[in-house]
Design a protein around this ligand. Structure first.
Ligand code: GAF
Length: 398
């Protein structure tokens, strides 16, 4: 069973319908579900036109929408509200559609607003006002793509309601534009693609240059294995400098090698021509990470989880030492997981905080969780949020 069909999701959907009616005095036209993601491997390779291997998880944003008719008052006002952290009636943010301009809105409402803005940049598309209420259980700032889930939930809803006929790739590209230009975060295309294109029990092998993708079966159940997420609760943001600085280093390295992107670099030997040692080290992560994604796909297809585990840890070391995007808490989570018997572990997502993952045997869930909790307590870190995830189906109407 996918999470989309679970009793918990059904209950959240029913609650959302009720809350929508209470807030806006109308029923929503529909509810759409968009999952967060875990990236199994292939980090910071997306904006280098490389390979990624994420999967959608059973934590998602549910987006309820009703379009306003031109006959009602304020037909061109967007109304956004979220159930997040609300015990009472959610607060509504109102924005005129024609007042949307890049970086003009801050906070969570920037994400649905960014999607409307990006759609309205298309020829022949002119969205008017609508009411939106979102309910999300993707932990915010955890590196599991809570913001992309919100963007994807909004775009799949609007694509259906306005019959825009956009393909999954077009929706991924538009949400990337929304994020880059409107929100101001220079992120790649992995997260929205994972939320849009994933299939249950599979990882999404995506070539970010061609946008070709393939579902790769995750041989977890037959190996009594699960993926554990350790949310360190160290909040991160991609609008901050670290992410953009890594991206710039990669562009510098590509320029020094006179290639359009680091995807064109086949071997680390070619990096000797990058004079700047920092750019060379950053580029080394990208070149080796692309190779690890290909090897992980092969190992998954061979059902060899031990080999997958080794690649996950190599990826972590590369991010820790060459790309320098890990942090003490992520390193502690990875090392404690491995010490307690994990098959493999690494930080996942953009880094500088957020979550790590551990590939473990199902009967190690309690012992690995305990080991991580103990390591965090000993180091004086905040207690992490630890949970297992399943690979879920991509976004759609709930
Ligand atoms: C973040 C970004 F949004 C992605 O595009 C990707 O670059 C990732 O960090 C790192 O792999 O999640």
């Amino acid at each position: 069973m996918n999470n989309s069909d679970s009793p918990e999701t059904a209950q959240r959907i029913a609650n959302l319908r009720q809350k929508f009616f209470k807030l806006y005095g109308h029923h929503p036209e529909g509810i759409w579900r968009a999952p967060g993601r875990v990236n199994l491997i292939g980090e910071h390779t997306d904006y280098n036109m490389g390979y990624v291997l994420p999967f959608a998880i059973d934590k998602n944003a549910l987006v309820a929408i009703r379009r306003k008719s031109q006959l009602e008052p304020e037909p061109n006002i967007l109304s956004f509200a979220s159930t997040y952290g609300q015990n009472t009636s959610p607060e509504v943010t109102s924005v005129p559609v024609d007042g949307l301009a890049p970086t003009s809105i801050s906070g969570w409402a920037a994400y649905p607003a960014a999607v409307v803005w990006a759609l309205n940049q298309l020829e022949d598309v002119e969205l008017a006002g609508f009411e939106l209420l979102v309910d999300s259980d993707v932990p915010v700032g955890s590196g599991l793509s809570s913001s992309h889930a919100l963007e994807v939930g909004t775009i799949v809803a609007l694509n259906d309601l306005y019959e825009l006929g956009l393909s999954l790739t077009q929706m991924a590209q538009l949400t990337q534009r929304a994020e880059n230009e409107f929100v101001g975060a220079p992120t790649g295309i992995m997260d929205q693609s994972a939320s849009l294109m994933s299939h249950a029990d599979h990882a999404l092998f995506l070539d970010c240059r061609s946008m070709d993708s393939r579902a790769v079966p995750l041989p977890l159940a037959q190996n009594d294995a699960v993926v554990l997420v350790i949310d360190t609760r160290v909040e991160h943001s991609h609008v901050d400098g670290g992410y953009a600085a890594r991206r710039r280093s990669c562009e510098e390295a590509a320029a020094a090698l006179q290639v359009s992107s680091l995807r064109e670099v086949g071997s680390v030997l070619e990096l000797e021509d990058v004079e700047d040692p920092l750019a060379r080290r950053r580029a080394k992560h990208i070149v080796t990470e692309n190779q690890r994604v290909l090897e992980t796909v092969a190992a998954l297809e061979a059902g060899d989880l031990e080999a997958v585990g080794k690649l996950l840890y190599q990826s972590h070391v590369s991010m820790r030492d060459d790309y320098e995007i890990s942090c003490e808490e992520l390193d502690a989570a990875v090392e404690a997981s491995l010490k307690a018997g994990a098959i493999g572990a690494r930080m996942t997502g953009g880094g500088f905080g957020g979550s790590s993952i551990a590939l473990i045997k199902r009967d190690h869930i309690a012992s690995v969780s305990q080991a991580v909790n103990d390591a965090f307590a000993k180091a004086g870190f905040e207690t992490p949020n630890i949970f297992t995830v399943i690979a879920d189906e991509g976004a759609g109407r709930a």
